[in-house]
Design a protein around this ligand. Structure first.
Ligand SMILES: [Zn+2]
Length: 421
């Protein structure tokens, strides 16, 4: 690292060499008043906080990424470009009136103070290795502690595989069909809450502190492991259920619908239930909204209670558990015929032998092969009706499959969207 004072004139001349928004930076957020205050401080030659830049060698020369100081930098550039004026009520500087003035209107003595003002810039040396990228993010995180950075923006600056996985999950198309937008990284935030709920396997608190711990404690999270796969399956299911923009999908709904869908996928013959879920959900929301317009004595108190749960400490375990129980009860009452999956998923050795003899060891799928006879050490027991479709783990629902055919069948969702096994 090297620290040097750079005059504002240089900082302005270098504008094209400076990238104020690398991916670990926060979006612009300063108000006009904050901007005016910064320029006022500069003209009065008060100290302003140091900036941190990172130098990066690119094909067209050395560039700088701003680790900290983005708002200050933008403000300086904007003022110099005449994009805003000083506040109208400020005192003169060195006896010279500046109130309400843009850069070009300043007295030459004053604009010279601005141009020559030395900004302390700490330059972090060119970091080529990705380890160092993490270090830069770590530093950014430390610098931002105690400021107004929102919690999810902070988490996006935390290095590790959990952060990368959640960023990836947040780009799932399902989120685009919800009512909320991705402002302040709402998609990342909700995705993180979903991942935490999936890891817990039951309602749990998903407050910022819990999410921070999850990011920190899962830096080596496996992005193709069991939890990761389940999260993607649930979101794929939700996207099939809600293929278009659905204004009823608000933040608090998305979370409990995720939990309900995760239960359906994990324990019920869920294939083909997407439409039922979407239909039920939209009817439920319509009824709930209508209920609120009724006279007080006509309202359904249960729906009022649900509404209360969605508006107070929505990220607490108690609220999520109560909301989930509420919608689960209503959903299963509306669709009483949804069958639980056969709990047994794996054929016993006795069943396997019976299946092998039944088919005389020949692959029954014949997708990749011509039904060749397989050695005892080299075959798979396949569910004819997929387990996720409610197929039972019984000999009559088992068949011999070769590895390549079985793989094709497992990877190809059937028309109802289930995965074979
Ligand atoms: Zn085969």
């Amino acid at each position: 690292m090297s620290k040097k004072p750079l005059p504002i004139s240089t900082i302005c001349a270098w504008k094209t060499r400076i990238d104020p928004t690398p991916d670990y930076q926060r979006p612009p957020a300063w108000s006009r008043k904050q901007k005016q205050l910064l320029i006022d401080s500069i003209l009065r030659e008060y100290d302003i906080p140091k900036m941190y830049w990172r130098s990066v060698s690119r094909d067209d020369g050395v560039k700088y990424e701003v680790i900290d100081g983005q708002q200050r930098l933008r403000t300086i550039w904007e003022y110099q470009a005449g994009e805003f004026a000083l506040a109208k009520n400020i005192d003169p500087v060195n006896g010279i009136a500046c109130a309400g003035k843009k850069y070009a209107d300043l007295d030459l003595d004053i604009s010279t103070i601005f141009d020559a003002y030395p900004v302390d810039v700490v330059i972090v040396d060119d970091a080529i290795q990705t380890d160092e990228e993490d270090e830069v993010r770590d530093m950014f995180l430390r610098l931002q502690n105690g400021t107004t950075l929102k919690a999810q923006e902070k988490r996006n600056a935390m290095p590790g595989q959990m952060r990368d996985f959640i960023k990836d999950v947040a780009s799932h198309k399902f989120f685009e069909n919800c009512k909320f937008t991705n402002s302040r990284f709402a998609f990342d935030h909700i995705a993180a809450q979903m991942v935490r709920l999936e890891m817990a396997g039951e309602p749990t608190s998903v407050r910022d502190g819990d999410l921070n711990k999850m990011y920190d404690g899962n830096r080596d999270f496996d992005p193709i492991g069991k939890v990761a796969k389940k999260v993607r399956r649930v979101l794929d299911y939700l996207l099939r259920a809600f293929p278009d923009k659905t204004p009823e999908l608000e933040r608090y709904n998305a979370i409990v619908l995720y939990c309900l869908s995760s239960t359906l996928i994990g324990s019920y013959a869920h294939s083909g239930t997407e439409e039922a879920l979407a239909k039920w959900f939209i009817e439920f929301e319509t009824e709930r909204r209508k209920n609120e317009t009724l006279d007080e004595e006509e309202r359904d108190p249960q729906l009022i209670e649900y509404r209360r749960l969605t508006s107070q400490s929505t990220d607490s375990e108690e609220s999520i558990r109560a909301r989930l129980e509420f919608i689960e009860r209503r959903f299963f009452l509306a669709y009483p015929d949804i069958e639980p999956l056969d709990e047994t998923r794996i054929f016993t050795p006795e069943q396997r032998l019976a299946i092998y003899r039944k088919n005389d060891g020949h692959c029954q799928l014949k997708i990749k092969c011509n039904g060749e006879r397989l050695a005892w050490a080299d075959w798979h027991a396949d569910h004819i009706v997929a387990h996720s479709n409610g197929g039972k783990t019984v000999v009559s629902n088992g068949q011999v499959a070769c590895g390549p055919c079985n793989l094709v069948k497992s990877n190809k969702p059937d028309p109802n969207g289930a995965t074979a096994s």
